[in-house]
Design a protein around this ligand. Structure first.
Ligand code: NAD
Length: 306
C-alpha cells in the first residue's frame, strides 16, 4: 500500500543536497522535507528560499535542522554530506575524508530513523555505500548508493545525441564503479526493442565516444563550474519517486555483491529493481567477455581501496 504522508530527509545540504531538495520540492512527492546541516544559519536561509515558492506547488513542510531527532520516521534519508572533487581529483581521492563522515552520520540516522531507506550519494559512492550498509546493519536493500544511475543517464543522453532517439527509449547501462573504472554494457543494450548493435547507423566507435563523454563528464563540468549538481539532483528525485511510488523500476544502484557474476565483498552498480523496500532485487544481466573483464577490473579497483 502507498503512504499518503511521505517524509524525506537530506543530510549534508551543500550543492548536491540542495539541488536534490529543490527537485524533490518541485516533484510534489513529499509532504515533509527535513534538511540536516551543521550550519543552522545557512540551512534556515535554504528553508525560507524553498518555502517562498509554496504558492505554486503542492503543500510541503520544510524543516531546517542541526538535530538528527528531526529525521524521525523518514521514509527515505538521502546522504549528500562530504567533500566533493576539486579540479583534477578523482572520486576515490575522497575516500578517507568521506568514510569518516559516513562513520559519523550513519549511526545517527539508524538511531533516529531505523525504518528509513538510506540512499548514499556522497563519493566515492560505492565505497561509502558498502561502509554504510555494514554499519547500518539494516535488512538487505535498505541501504544503497545512487551509483551509476547518473552515468547511465549521461550515457543515454550522449547516445541520443547521435542516434536521434529520445534517451528514455534507449535501454543501455553504465555499470560498475561510479568512477573511472565504470563500463558500458553494449552487448545487451536495446533501442525501441531492437539491439543497439543492429540499430541503423550503429558503430562501436560512436558508442564508445558517447561513453568517453560520460566518463569525462564530471571532470569537464567541475573544471568549468566547480561542481556537478543539477543532473544528480534530478536522479535523486527519480530514485526517491521509485521508492515512494513503489514503481519497481529498474535502474543501476550500488549494492553489496553476493556472487554477482562470481563477485562478492564489495558494492558497485548493477541493474536493480527499486520499490517501497529500496532495492528489492538485482538482475544478473548477460555480459560478453569484454564486459565481464571490465566488471572484474571495477571490482578489483574498488577492493584496492577497501
Ligand atoms: P558541498 O561541499 O557543496 O556540500 C557538502 C556538504 O556536506 C556541506 O554543506 C558540508 O557542510 C556537509 N557536511 C560535511 N560533513 C558533514 C557531516 N559530518 N555532517 C553533515 N554534513 C556534513 O559538496 P557537493 O557538491 O554538494 O557534493 C556532495 C557530495 O556529493 C560529494 O561527495 C560529491 O562528490 C558527491 N556527488 C555525488 C554524485 C553522484 O553521482 N553520486 C554526483 C555529484 C556529487
Amino acid at each position: 500500500m502507498l503512504n499518503d504522508h511521505n517524509k524525506i530527509s537530506i543530510v549534508g545540504c551543500g550543492k548536491v543536497g540542495m539541488t536534490a531538495a529543490y527537485a524533490i520540492t518541485l516533484s510534489g512527492l513529499a509532504n515533509e522535507l527535513v534538511l540536516v546541516s551543521r550550519d543552522k544559519d545557512r540551512i534556515d536561509g535554504e528553508e525560507l528560499d524553498l518555502e517562498h515558492g509554496s504558492m505554486f506547488l503542492k503543500h510541503l513542510e520544510v524543516i531546517a535542522s542541526n538535530d538528527y531527532r528531526d529525521i524521525k520516521n523518514s521514509d527515505v534519508v538521502v546522504v549528500t554530506a562530504g567533500a566533493a572533487q576539486k579540479p583534477g581529483e578523482t572520486r576515490l581521492d575522497l575516500t578517507q575524508k568521506n568514510l569518516a563522515i559516513i562513520d559519523d552520520i550513519i549511526p545517527k540516522i539508524v538511531k533516529h530513523s531505523p525504518g528509513s531507506i538510506i540512499l548514499i550519494v556522497s563519493n566515492p559512492v560505492d565505497l561509502l555505500s558498502y561502509r554504510a550498509y555494514k554499519i547500518a546493519d539494516l535488512p538487505k536493500g535498505r541501504v544503497f548508493g545512487s551509483g551509476t544511475s547518473l552515468d547511465t543517464a549521461r550515457f543515454r543522453f550522449h547516445l541520443s545525441e547521435f542516434m536521434g532517439v529520445n534517451p528514455r527509449s534507449i535501454h543501455a547501462y553504465v555499470l560498475g564503479e561510479h568512477g573511472d573504472s565504470s563500463f558500458p554494457v553494449i552487448s545487451s543494450a536495446v533501442v525501441g526493442g531492437q539491439l543497439l548493435s543492429t540499430f541503423p547507423g550503429f558503430s562501436k566507435e560512436k558508442v564508445m565516444k558517447a561513453y568517453e563523454k560520460t566518463k569525462d563528464a564530471a571532470y569537464k563540468i567541475i573544471q568549468a563550474k566547480g561542481a556537478t549538481y543539477y543532473a544528480i539532483g534530478t536522479v535523486v528525485s527519480h530514485i526517491v519517486r521509485s521508492i515512494l511510488r513503489d514503481s519497481k523500476s529498474v535502474s543501476p544502484a550500488s549494492i553489496p555483491l553476493h556472487n554477482y557474476h562470481g563477485h562478492s565483498g564489495i558494492a558497485l552498480s548493477v541493474p536493480c529493481v527499486i520499490g517501497r523496500n529500496g532495492v528489492e532485487d538485482s538482475l544478473e544481466i548477460k555480459l560478453d567477455w569484454e564486459e565481464k573483464k571490465a566488471l572484474e577490473h571495477s571490482v578489483n579497483t574498488l577492493k584496492g581501496y577497501l
